[in-house]
Design a binder for this molecule. Sequence first.
Ligand SMILES: C[S@@+](CC[C@H](N)C(=O)[O-])C[C@H]1O[C@@H](n2cnc3c(N)ncnc32)[C@H](O)[C@@H]1O
Length: 192
Amino acid sequence: MHSINQRIDFLRESLKNLRNTGSIAPSSRFLCKNMADKIDTARAQVVVELGAGNGVITSYILDRLRPDARLLIFEINDAFVDKITQKFDDPRILLIHDSAEKMGKHFEKHGITHVDYFVSAIPFVMLPEAVAQNIIGECLRWLKPGGQFIQFHYSRVLVNYYKRIFGNATVDFVALNMPPAFIITCEKTSGK
Ligand SMILES: C[S@@+](CC[C@H](N)C(=O)[O-])C[C@H]1O[C@@H](n2cnc3c(N)ncnc32)[C@H](O)[C@@H]1O
């Protein structure tokens, strides 16, 4: 359960940056756990979280990762970056205060050659189309064959778009979230 202070902090940041934040409350534990449970611990060497906010999903991702795995986090909001820095002291995390659009530059700098899982909460529906396309294209590019892109939205509006890009998409519905959410999971197949 999120504390009242966490909710108020999140609401304050959301109202300042509604377009980038895309919601007024952090994801519920049901949504966070459902997303993180899609990660297969045995195969997760490099996991990338996009749009971590105050780190609610991050905690569940870390629970799924081996001690030698890496978690790279992209977040653009200053207050959320501070929050994540205070909240986690975990050597597996590399927090990058930059837009997910720039992921390639950071991967090269840190010797990342592939990604096993992207876990994303970026509200692509609210972003300029070119920015959304750029980030999703980068995810496809950096995913290892068999790797997965896991994204939540509050509607199914982009499901067909993801199907076109990745060639597949499965959808889970999580009722216990405010608002209820859809988790879209796409796998990078060898032809992509
Ligand atoms: C809906 S909030 C999700 C926060 C948290 N993961 C959760 O589930 O409650 C979306 C987050 O994406 C971040 N964000 C938006 N555009 C981004 C971008 N281009 N690169 C990295 N983070 C971005 C926002 O700052 C915000 O923290």
